[in-house]
Design a protein around this ligand. Structure first.
Ligand code: CA
Length: 675
């Protein structure tokens, strides 16, 4: 296998020049605003500044959008309405369990009640008086003459407010439709069940806010929004300590202990934690801009999936969004495996194996709490995207030796169940169309199941993953052979006449009419040019099916050469991913969305390493910058960033579960993975 020839061990990767020093304090190179200059029509990342610890249960972000807007912070906005505890993985998935705090200073003629409305309390701000780092955010709120600083722990935060001279300073708490109670002159507790799905009936986020200055002024509106206030002298600082829990109000108070230190103590601990995590990949050389891009991307790779567990009496415990009960052990959430199985989870397992191990322990817990593994979790099953790529996540971790036998047995059982069932009501979990796939070997395009080729291709790869797990567990030979056999099902949607993947009808004939430029239909957020390469586990097989290396290379070249024309009739409008392909000026290559992201590295799999290196370098140089419009499409919970991190190191996991890598074009003179 040609890919195998490129396999490499990873420790010290390159030692071309030992004269340059490794970057110090990598966290200070991170720009959390990378990707925030986005809107629903054109994504340059669709990110928000997550002020958080790595994989933290709670993130904090300034809120420029209106309540409920998935675009909660956008670089072009002029005003801020609050500082929000957020769990949002993506604007398309939106938020849950959130609340916000907004410092205010009343002016002549204003009453406290007037500040409760979101638009009334808004303040202008400028990026010139804003500092955004993973562990520290500061902004000046011009209309209130208040400076806000935030520093996080995993489940809590400290907010330091610097007020003007006023007898009506204070802050508004917005529970996002939940409940609030002012329990004493320094403490507010509340809870919210705000969500967009994926939660049981009893879902709730309990929060507590404790001020180190007593309130004298209070007002509230229907218990959802409240304001508290006090007199301040100019430059007076007030610290708010905030924490929450998905388990209970008393657990929220326990979680508040994380933020027990002074603002500066919490901040320096947060900075040290980020440097420890980002410093796992040490780099030397490259340009300052490349170093900033690298660590800004690595920051995005270490946010999701987030810890959804808490610590009680020294033990990990979690509220399960799958059965509504509280259980022992870890749980992670807020990730779409359709995106993140490709490079993010392989990166996590390689660089942060202790986190990869815990994520899969969490998946085993989910398998104990309900019948299905999640495919898009936020916090529970969400109906989004296709495939059954939890199989890849489990197989990748298992093959890396990160899964206990006991957990692997439980996970295998859930994976097998998923091959024969579709989640009732959540088409994304389990396998929608499994009846056709398991009997015909593909999902027909004319039986009312959308995106049938994308589903077939991903199920086939997922079956390869399941076969690997079956082999690890020593399952009977015929069982291993069943999934091994199904892993060849990609051949059933391959049209040898066109050398492209193509919709296929139940009677065996190919879909007519056919356009490789048509997005959606038989494919998911992509077209045949993009999906033809989704045979991660059998590149030599795909090469052979196309009639050999020359044909394969010609088809691969064509993706970059054909014009960026498109057919959007399936959607009825030009989805943003299409626009992002067009503006990138790389033909039909769509780096801004996930199906294409391994494609460049297929050149290395056929021995054309120079082509792989040139294309990878072009994408790194042009499509990633450490600036607000620095991504070329949705960042998607670490996946698009993981492409850059791997590519900058000089290699990429074409088959995400295998532990094998194709080679590209390293950016730095030295890279060291320090585990
Ligand atoms: Ca995407």
């Amino acid at each position: 296998m040609v890919l195998g020839a490129s396999m490499m061990a990873v420790s010290v990767l390159l030692t071309a020049s030992c004269s340059e020093a490794f970057v110090q304090d990598p966290v200070d190179l991170v720009n959390p605003l990378m990707g925030t200059a986005s809107d629903f029509r054109l994504s340059t990342g669709n990110t928000y500044p997550a002020i958080a610890l790595p994989w933290g249960m709670n993130f904090w972000t300034p809120q420029t959008g209106t309540k409920g807007d998935g675009w909660q912070y956008t670089y072009g906005a002029h005003t801020i309405a609050g500082f929000k505890q957020t769990h949002q993985p993506s604007p398309w998935i939106n938020d849950y369990g959130c609340f916000s705090v907004m410092p205010v200073r009343l002016q002549e003629g204003q009453t406290p009640e007037m500040m409760l409305a979101e638009d009334a309390r808004r303040s202008f701000f400028s990026h010139q008086s804003e500092t955004a780092l993973p562990y520290f955010y500061r902004v000046y709120l011009a209309d209130h003459d208040v400076s806000v600083e935030i520093t996080p722990t995993e489940r809590a935060a400290v907010m330091r407010l610097t007020f003007p001279e006023s007898n009506a300073s204070g802050f508004v708490i917005d529970s996002y439709g939940g409940e609030l109670q002012i329990v004493d002159d320094r403490t507010i507790i509340g809870s919210t069940s705000y969500n967009h799905g994926g939660v049981p009936e009893n879902f709730r986020n309990w929060f507590i806010i404790r001020s180190d200055k007593a309130f004298v002024l209070t007002a509230s509106e229907e218990g959802h929004t409240a304001i508290v206030g006090f007199s301040t002298r100019r430059g007076e600082q007030v610290n708010l300590r905030m924490a929450s829990s998905f388990i209970s109000a008393s657990q929220a108070e326990a979680n508040l202990q994380e933020a027990g230190g002074s603002f500066d103590e919490v901040k320096s601990a947060a900075k040290a934690r980020w440097n420890e995590v980002l410093g796992r990949i040490a780099i030397a050389g490259g340009t300052p801009e490349q170093q900033k891009t690298f660590y800004s991307c690595l920051y995005r790779c270490t946010l999701f999936p987030r810890k959804f567990y808490e610590i009680s009496g020294g033990r990990q415990v979690h509220y399960s969004p799958y059965d509504g009960l509280v259980h022992d052990g870890p749980l992670y959430t807020d990730t779409g495996f359709w995106d993140t199985f490709r490079a993010l989870l392989p990166l996590t397992n390689l660089v942060y194996p202790e986190v990869g191990r815990e994520i899969v322990r969490g998946l085993a817990n989910i398998a104990r709490e309900n019948d299905f593994l999640p495919e898009w979790a936020s916090p529970g099953h969400r109906d989004c995207m296709v495939g059954n790529n939890s199989a890849s996540v489990v197989a990748g971790a298992a093959l890396a030796g990160l899964v206990s036998d006991e957990d692997l047995q439980v996970l295998y059982k859930a994976l097998v169940y998923g091959t024969e069932h579709s989640h009732p009501g959540i088409e994304s979990s389990g396998r929608y169309g499994h009846e056709y796939y398991n009997s015909l070997g593909y999902i027909p395009c004319d039986v009312g199941i959308n995106e049938s080729v994308a589903r077939t291709l991903e199920y086939a790869y997922d079956d390869w993953c399941i076969a690997r797990i079956a082999a690890l567990l020593g399952r009977p030979q015929e069982e291993i052979a069943l999934y091994e056999g199904r892993s060849g099902n990609w051949r059933n949607v391959f049209d040898p006449g066109m050398n492209l993947m193509r919709g296929r009808k139940a009677d065996g004939s190919f879909e007519e009419p056919f356009s490789p430029y048509k997005w959606g239909g038989a494919f998911t957020e992509g077209n045949s040019w993009h999906y033809t390469w989704s045979v991660f586990h059998d590149v030599p097989g795909l090469v052979a099916a196309m009639g050999g290396k020359e044909n394969f290379e010609k088809m691969l070249d064509s993706v970059f050469v054909v014009p960026p024309v498109y057919d959007d009739s399936y959607y009825g409008y030009r989805i943003h991913e299409i626009t992002e392909m067009q503006v990138a000026d790389m033909g039909n290559y769509a780096h801004g969305n996930q199906p294409a992201q391994h494609m460049i590295y297929l050149y290395d799999c056929i021995g054309e390493r120079d082509k792989a290196a040139a294309r990878a370098r072009e994408v790194m140089d042009r499509l990633y910058k450490p600036v607000p419009d620095g991504y070329c499409g949705d960042e998607d919970n670490g996946q698009t960033s993981a492409w850059y991190v791997f590519s900058a190191m000089g290699y990429y996991p074409v088959n995400p579960a295998s532990g094998e890598f194709a080679k590209g074009a390293p950016l730095f003179s030295r890279v060291e993975v320090r585990k």
